[in-house]
Design a protein around this ligand. Structure first.
Ligand code: K7E
Ligand code: CUA
Length: 634
């Protein structure tokens, strides 16, 4: 305790020192803190504090995009401060930004009020993050979403048929040709078809899919599906460099059974090996072009038995979880949860084995490559290996769920006959039970090798107690030196699975929607002056063109009859940053928010008679409280 107090005092002095330094340089524009990195400290704690301290008014070096799991959102934080900056609602309504209340976002959410966001994927050009779009899967409902990084807003949610619980998604090819999707829990296809679980082995199917990304707009569309055996397809990754053209997914339950009351955890862990499924997507394109598919549930589905060369299985130790392609593209890393090793496969050996038809067996038309022919090495990383990330300096970092640690190990080449344990060069404990981990630009072909974030499943109270429902924890780790150093504990709402870290200067978000900006589609119902504001009635439909500006709405009275269909197009005509307005109608469950220059439409039936005030929800000016009007329903 005494030690801690001394450290606290030292920290306080350091921080005061920084403030004094700041005051001395007076007012200056915010800058990224890279300039100050490297300033020395006097203890591990002090140097960690300095390494993560972003002075008031200064900016972080990186964006961290956390998936929000079953919250359906994406959380945005800065690195190294780990401060939460924003929440991007994707699969769930979010009253804070009015998401899910206006017609457009309501339609995007469709029949669902939530999703399970697991794996963000950034668009890439030549294997590097290009900062254009962020994609994310919905593990619950066969969907994927696209977020535009110019305004940090969800622009599309694509639902495709046949994919049941889309977990192995969204992993992006090096030039954003495709994002992946895959079935986690096999079912009879198409969805809606009935077969008892006693027929699991023959009537249930898995499906993997390639989602085409439009190179101009980022628009997502289904390109092809491939039917695969009823295993559980888990994590995925896209090849790059020598492995470009391939997609990889781990799978468990190669026992292909679901025994009622038999506990899948037991029945799916019988065999010593499960698989990585490898798809050649150029072959998939050829099969579609040649008409070599059948239509199932409206999708073009290829059967690998009719399309040799499209799919292969690579054996991998017991119940694998993560599969990760190293930055060079040559090494494919797979981790079996129930094996204390991580396995490195060589894409060159895989290609040779395919050419030589070096197969162990064939399952449902898919050849299984001979394990010993394609395996480069098994690395004894530790207990419960899940996911692997990279530093671009020849090292890999594997999360160890059971051991609650991160293992740093060397990628090939290895000495002939060497004891592989020597290549596990260091470990750092984390608190606790780590799932995913992410390094700066870690999925690109050139990771930055400075920061790693451990996404831990259990925080066990390393924070003020908030009752039994506790947050998830994330720890920032410095990986720039030989030894990994813990820098910071951060907490989030449930529940991040994966995250991505991108250099802040790769993004250039807009500050307002400019009135005549040709880069954005013009909203057909936008109005820009009080003169254009109006109410028109056609039969039982009342259409309102409303504008908001500090600090009034025009019009500010809407008169309708009970049962009328009311359409309100609201434009925020502000062109000043941070001048948002809200529009909430009391007791009508309506709450939209318009950013500067934005127009949104909300449609509703005026089914409650009476007088219903509407008001601005975003505190916008000194006279914000006065920004209100009335919906009069006769
Ligand atoms: Cu939680 Cu990637 Cu869905 Cu591993 S997944 S931990
Ligand atoms: Cu507009 Cu408050």
């Amino acid at each position: 305790m005494k030690n801690r107090n001394i450290l606290r005092a030292m920290l306080a002095l350091l921080v005061i020192g920084l403030f004094v330094g700041l005051a001395a340089c007076g007012k200056k524009p915010p800058q990224r803190r890279g300039a100050r990195a490297g300033a020395g400290g006097t203890s591990d704690l002090a140097s960690a504090a300095l390494a993560t301290y972003v002075a008031p008014g200064d900016l972080d070096e990186y964006y961290l995009f956390y998936s929000g799991g079953h919250s359906g959102h994406i959380f945005v934080a800065g690195i190294p401060s780990m401060r939460h900056i924003a929440t991007i609602p994707v699969f769930s309504p979010y009253p804070g930004t009015g998401y899910g209340f206006d017609d457009e976002s309501k339609e995007m959410l469709g029949e669902f009020s939530w999703g399970d966001a697991h794996h963000p994927g950034l668009s890439e050009t030549n294997g590097e993050y290009d900062g254009r779009w962020l994609f994310i899967n919905d593990n619950a409902n066969g969907r994927m979403a696209r977020i535009d990084l110019r305004d940090f807003k969800t622009k599309q949610i694509l639902k495709i048929p046949n994919i049941s619980a889309n977990h192995g998604s969204s992993f992006i090819t090096p030039n954003s040709e495709y994002a992946t999707m895959a079935t986690r829990m096999s079912i009879p296809i198409p969805e809606g078809k009935y077969a008892d679980v006693t027929d699991y082995a023959t009537k249930y199917k898995g499906v993997v899919a390639g989602i085409r990304i439009d190179p101009e707009s980022g628009h997502l569309s289904l390109a092809w599906e491939i039917v695969v055996p009823p295993f559980n397809y888990d994590l995925g990754d896209a090849g790059k460099g020598p492995s470009e053209g391939f997609m990889f997914w781990t799978c468990y339950n190669s026992e292909r059974e679901f025994i009622e009351g038999g506990k899948l955890e037991v029945t799916a862990s019988q065999k010593d090996k499960d698989f990585i499924l490898m798809i050649d997507y150029r072959e998939a394109e050829k099969a579609i072009a040649a008409g070599n598919f059948s239509k199932i549930g409206g999708a073009q589905v290829i059967d690998p038995a009719d399309a040799p060369g499209i799919a292969y299985f690579i054996p991998l130790a017991k119940s694998p979880h993560g599969v990760d392609v190293a930055p060079s593209g040559r090494w494919i890393i797979g981790s079996g949860k129930l094996s204390p090793t991580t396995t490195v496969f060589d894409i060159e050996k895989i290609k040779t084995a395919i050419a030589a038809k070096d197969f162990e067996e064939t399952i449902d038309g898919i050849p299984v490559l001979t394990y010993s022919s394609v395996r480069e090495a098994e690395i004894p990383v530790g207990l419960g290996p899940l996911h692997t990330q990279f530093d671009g300096k020849g090292y890999a970092y594997t999360s160890l769920f059971i051991e609650s640690a991160v293992a740093k190990w060397k990628l090939p080449p290895y000495d002939e006959g060497a004891d592989m344990s020597q290549y596990v060069v260091s470990k750092i404990p984390v608190a606790y039970n780590i799932g995913h981990l992410v390094t700066a630009e870690g999925d690109s072909m050139s990771p930055d090798g400075n920061y790693l974030v451990a996404l831990n499943k259990l925080s066990k109270g390393r924070h003020l107690s908030v009752g039994p429902s506790i947050p998830e924890s994330a720890q920032l780790i410095d990986i720039s030196g030989d030894k990994m150093k813990l820098l910071y504990d951060a907490f989030t709402e449930p529940e991040p699975h994966y995250a991505l870290i991108i250099k802040a200067d790769k993004l250039d978000p807009i500050e307002v929607y400019k009135k005549d900006d040709p880069t954005w589609p013009k909203h057909p119902e936008a109005i820009w002056s009080v003169e254009e504001a109006r109410i028109e009635r056609r039969g039982k439909t009342v259409e309102v063109w409303m504008m908001a500006v500090r600090s009034f709405f025009a019009p500010d009275v809407i008169r309708v009859n009970r049962g009328d269909n009311v359409i309100v197009h609201l434009t925020n005509i502000e062109q000043t940053r941070d001048e948002l307005h809200g529009f909430a109608i009391t007791s009508y469950d309506i709450n939209i928010v318009v950013d500067p220059g934005e127009t949104k439409t909300v449609t509703f039936i005026a089914d409650k008679a009476g007088v219903w005030p509407f008001y601005c929800t975003n505190f916008c000016s000194a006279l914000h409280q006065e920004m209100q009007g009335y919906l009069l329903v006769k």
